[in-house]
Design a protein. Structure first.
Lengths: 396, 79
């Protein structure tokens, strides 16, 4: 099949994930099909950074968001091996919503307790949002573009979309692209709680009539993106293809989505146009579905606007994973790619009764068998940032 | 040399720099032998200040390249 799409094609040749429901893609997938944990927070229990660092000095100087990014990048590279070629043609883009929030919070406390002279000289390189991208590029010696996109909860989709475009446009041949977030700190929890974005019931139930906010999570996920022909030439495993991407702004409100989901709808339409697909080609929508009243209402309306009724099956893995903010898009891209490999859509856990105001086909109760096809994966961030990826199964 | 004092110094260096105890000898160079850069030294000095209850102004670190020099700096502060 020839494609009229602009530029070269982008294969996904490696995936890695570190999430509270599972470390590594197999455990993560099993976690998506298991009953969701209960509580307002999802943290990675028993996290041990030592396998990914040369010594305790190195790991101590990496904020937790950087530590989990290193683990996810290592798994993605291990999955199909390091792409050959000039290191200057390989780049890194680890998105994040915040950056090293643990480092900031710890050091503020130290300054208040012990004074300025005890603030770590490593605070700045630990807290900066680009720390994870920098660390991954140094680890593997990749010298192409090494950047970070920070657009709140849309960061990973913007990052993966931009990384894929760098390959499409011929600027680079491979990118380690994804996101990492570890912002489950006391101050962040208080901030999210006070803005009433977080659930008070402790249940993440996307699109449910009783949804009352998101569950705050940490996670990291990384995709190895590679120019399709060179990936084929080296016999790499191909998990899927990035068919298109879109980035748009609501230009409406700092936290609320634009009324009627018009911003989200337009983002999906731009992504479809970028992939040169029509709504009827889409086999699945992997929703942002945060379980907040406003997001889910706007997103459901947007999906109906674009796809009609009932439209393709919709899932949100956030019933299990919670909301890992700037990492969410990367974690969800991994879920989409695994759904294609397993030929199953994971259920929207936590949700029992879809809001009667919505007319979308939410996958509930158990996994649904499906024939893998082009999938829309959405993320929307505070600030009115919208990011949509179109992910396809491995090309024939 | 006060063995007990040096043991406390060594403990700080081992923890902060993630090096083997046997590497922390008086003529060991921070850069070449202990893989420590200038930020590592700042962190080590913080640990030493805490451990010994002393204050080491930044300018005192000029020219400090070996474990022996740093140890001497600490013992001088202790008077």
């Amino acid at each position: 099949m020839t494609s009229a799409r602009i530029g070269r094609r982008v294969a996904v040749t490696g995936i890695g994930v570190v999430a509270p429901c599972g470390m590594g893609v197999d455990a993560f997938w099993n976690g998506l099909l298991a009953p969701p944990p209960v509580g307002r927070l999802r943290e990675i229990e028993g996290w041990d950074p030592s396998p990914w660092f040369a010594n305790p000095k190195e790991s101590r100087r990496a904020d937790r968001f950087q530590q989990i990014a290193m683990a996810a990048a290592a798994e993605a590279l291990l999955a199909s091996g390091d792409p050959l070629g000039d290191p200057a043609r390989k780049g890194v883009l680890i998105a994040t919503g915040v950056g090293g929030l643990h480092a900031i919070e710890d050091q503020v406390e130290i300054r208040l307790d012990k004074g300025d002279r005890r603030v770590s000289p490593f605070l700045v390189p630990m807290m900066m949002a680009n720390a994870a991208s920098a660390a991954v590029s140094m680890r593997y010696g990749w010298q192409g573009p090494c950047e970070t996109i920070t657009t709140a909860c849309a960061a990973s989709n913007h990052g993966i979309g931009y990384a894929a475009n760098l390959i499409r446009w011929g600027k680079v041949d491979a990118m380690l692209a994804g996101g990492a977030e570890s912002s489950v700190t006391l101050t962040a929890i208080a901030g999210f709680s006070n803005m009433t974005a977080m659930t008070s019931s402790g249940i993440s139930r996307p699109f449910d009539v009783d949804r009352d906010g998101f569950v705050l999570a940490e996670a990291a996920a990384v995709l190895l993106l590679e120019e399709l022909e060179s990936a084929r030439a080296r016999g790499a495993t191909i998990f899927g293809e990035i068919l298109g991407a879109a980035s748009t702004a609501d230009a409406f409100h700092i936290t609320a989505p634009s009324p009627g989901g018009v911003g989200a709808a337009r983002c999906m339409e731009v992504a479809l146009a970028d992939a040169e697909l029509s709504p009827a080609d889409i086999a699945h929508v992997n929703a942002h579905g945060t379980s907040t009243p406003l997001n889910d209402a706007a997103e459901a309306e947007a999906i109906t606007k674009v796809f009609g009724t009932p439209g393709p099956p919709v899932t949100s893995i956030k019933g299990v994973t919670g909301h890992s903010l700037g990492a969410a898009g990367a974690v969800e891209a991994v879920a989409v790619l695994l759904s294609m490999a397993r030929r199953q859509l994971p259920p929207t856990a936590g949700t029992t009764t879809v809001d009667p105001a919505m007319s979308i086909d939410v996958v509930l109760a158990g996994p649904r068998d499906w024939e893998p096809g082009p999938t829309i994966s959405n993320n929307f961030g505070f600030g009115g940032h919208n990011g949509t990826l179109v992910i396809g199964p491995p090309p024939a | 040399m006060d063995d007990q004092l040096f043991a406390r110094f060594k403990k700080c260096a081992v923890e902060v720099l993630s090096v083997d105890e046997s590497a922390v000898v008086l003529d060991a160079k921070f850069g070449d032998d202990l893989d420590a850069d200038s930020l590592d030294l700042v962190e080590l000095v913080m640990a030493l200040e805490e451990e010994f209850g002393i204050t080491v102004p930044e300018e005192d670190l000029d020219g400090v390249q070996t474990v022996g020099q740093a140890y001497e700096l600490v013992t001088n502060k202790l008077g």
